[in-house]
Ligand binder design. Structure first.
Ligand code: MN
Length: 146
């Protein structure tokens, strides 16, 4: 696990985003941040092994079973990012506004190279969800059961 890519992309003297560091909290929280950047998308993040595993979801995450959403795997983010909301200035990576769309805890059911299965307990997303990798950094994200 490394935050090198996350750090390399950002200028912490300018962006209000946290610099953070890896820490093994063993927590199982998740967050979905609505990110109004060049293109509106939803950043889905799972706290795992001391970082936030992250995917950018171009469309609103589904609340009903079997509606599939593309989820693009992006660089790990520091756990401190889980509470981040604010405005990333023009010229910075990801310039635009970030607001928390949903948050809560998850319960991991299965973890394989290409499949993650978990239950989400959020305010908007609840129930069984899956992430299935089908190409390099591309996954499908969908609700599998209520
Ligand atoms: Mn984003």
């Amino acid at each position: 696990m490394s935050l090198e890519e996350y750090w390399k992309k950002r200028k912490f003297s300018t962006t209000p985003e946290p610099k953070g560091g890896t820490n093994e909290t063993g927590g199982e929280r998740f967050v979905i941040q609505k990110h109004q950047a060049t293109h509106l998308h939803y950043d889905f993040r799972l706290e795992m092994n001391g970082v936030l595993k992250s995917w950018a979801v171009p469309k609103e995450p589904p609340t009903i079973p079997n509606v599939r959403r593309l989820a693009i795997e992006v660089e790990d983010h520091p756990v401190e990012y889980i509470t981040f909301e604010g405005r990333i200035p023009e010229g910075e990576y990801g310039a635009g506004t970030v607001e928390i769309w949903d948050k809560g805890v998850y319960n991991l059911k299965k973890r394989e190279d290409r499949v993650l299965e978990f239950d989400l307990e959020g305010s908007i997303l609840k129930g069984g969800y899956k992430l299935v990798k089908f190409r390099q950094n591309q996954w499908l994200f969908f609700k599998s059961k209520n």
